[in-house]
Write a protein that binds this ligand. Structure first.
Ligand SMILES: [Fe+2]
Ligand SMILES: [Fe+2]
Length: 163
């Protein structure tokens, strides 16, 4: 049913809007904790891409006559700030691992959004959701490459399940 597709799409976009806020702050905290390097440059770029995603998601929410949910925004603001700070104290492995894991959820989230946009015959929206999903896949690729060789990976995978 179309009304269901619309509600589902709005819900995913509201979640994504808050999620991108957390991601943006977490990446900002992370690159600030690094010394000058290619890795630092890469993560700065990723931060920029998350803010673009957030703007894009906001645009489609408006189009659908909906808005971000305040409470969720506040919760994810806090998560983002905490992850950002964590980067300064925990070393790089855990924040990178969680970043990669978050990204792998985002890929699916935007794919699902694209599916609902298709049902609603919102072609431009579908295209942009698939594009964001593709960018999230690149982010995931980057983070999994970063953690691949780390000695803590096998143990952490067992606990948190991301492969
Ligand atoms: Fe994103
Ligand atoms: Fe991302």
């Amino acid at each position: 049913m179309l009304e269901n597709a619309r509600q589902n799409l709005i819900r995913i976009l509201q979640n994504a809007h808050a999620g991108e806020l957390a991601a943006g702050f977490a990446y900002r905290g992370h690159w600030k904790s690094l010394r000058e390097s290619d890795e630092k440059k890469q993560i700065k770029i990723i931060e920029t891409e998350e803010w673009l995603h957030r703007d894009n998601v906001r645009k489609w929410l408006t189009e659908l006559g909906a808005e971000p949910r305040r409470l969720r925004e506040a919760v994810f603001w806090t998560i983002g700030q905490s992850l950002g700070v964590l980067c300064f104290v925990s070393g790089w492995f855990l924040p990178m691992y969680f970043a990669g894991r978050l990204e792998s959820q985002n890929i699916l989230e935007y794919e699902e959004a694209a599916k609902y946009a298709n049902e609603l015959n919102m072609k431009a929206c579908e295209r942009e959701m698939l594009e964001m999903s593709r960018v999230e896949a690149q982010h995931e690729e980057f983070f999994s490459r970063m953690v691949a060789a780390h000695r803590l990976l096998p143990v952490t995978k067992k606990f948190f399940g991301w492969s």
